[in-house]
Design a protein around this ligand. Sequence first.
Ligand SMILES: [Zn+2]
Length: 310
Amino acid sequence: MRRLLVMALVATSLVAACGADAGGSRQSSNPDAPLQVVTTTTVLTDFAAVIGGERVGIYGLLKPNVDPHDYEPAPADLDAIAKARVIVKNGVGLEEWLDDTIRSSGTKATVADASEGITVRDLPAADRDAAHDHGDPHIWHDPRNATRMVTTIAAAFTAADPAGASVYAANLATYVAALRSLDTEIAADIDTLTNKKLVTNHDAFGYFVDRYGLTFVGSIIPSFDTSADLSASDLRNLVTAIKAEGVKAVFSESSLPAKTAASIAADAGVKVVEGDDALYGDGLGPAGSDGATYLTMMRHNAQTIASSLR
Ligand SMILES: [Zn+2]
């Protein structure tokens, strides 16, 4: 009975999260800049700002802590897309809502797919259906993939705005060096752990797990799709797995409700990592938070995982 109640609470808060208004300022970050760009996710907004500097004006479709799997574009989004010269998307099926939006805007923008050249992780067979056969879209959780993503973005900016080529190249070189140090630092941090077993809110950390040698025991939402249904037996199986495997903590995520994570952790007798410590699975956090930029977000996730599993 308690589990049913928890599931009902989760179901309603997921609906609320998906339907929430993105809010915030709805215009380009620099309307007078030579290159106007629309980005989908908050990670791509950060990458575009780093690579483009003052030459680009950016309109980010998704705001911090908004679920990218299920977004409803606003009329202002269509205007921005119509005016843009470059649209940057994550790809791998993350933005299933984007193609129709691009079509109805009538834009002439080029679309840069940031997943180009990246080896995509397969979805478990259970998570695959006609609408979700693209593989795991959370590619940015491996900094080496992030390097590819910013390289693709720099190439798209250079093609659309050749006069800015040297700016984009210089910004790219600086950032690629920062990504390399980030990767080395996280690898060293995770390497010190003896217990590397991870349980998260939804299945966002596959690339992180693969890159840094963690073991993924399970997720609360048993799918890449945050709108997927939870079953009582899935939850029970996860509690059993946590106990059997000696998992030390359950991690909730900033863009998803923490109630189920807390309840599963309590049932299994382990700690739950939530609130300001929650992991950033689907994008960045708001300005001023640990997740404000890609680099700080990745450090937050790695340090939180390392300190909670120590
Ligand atoms: Zn996700």
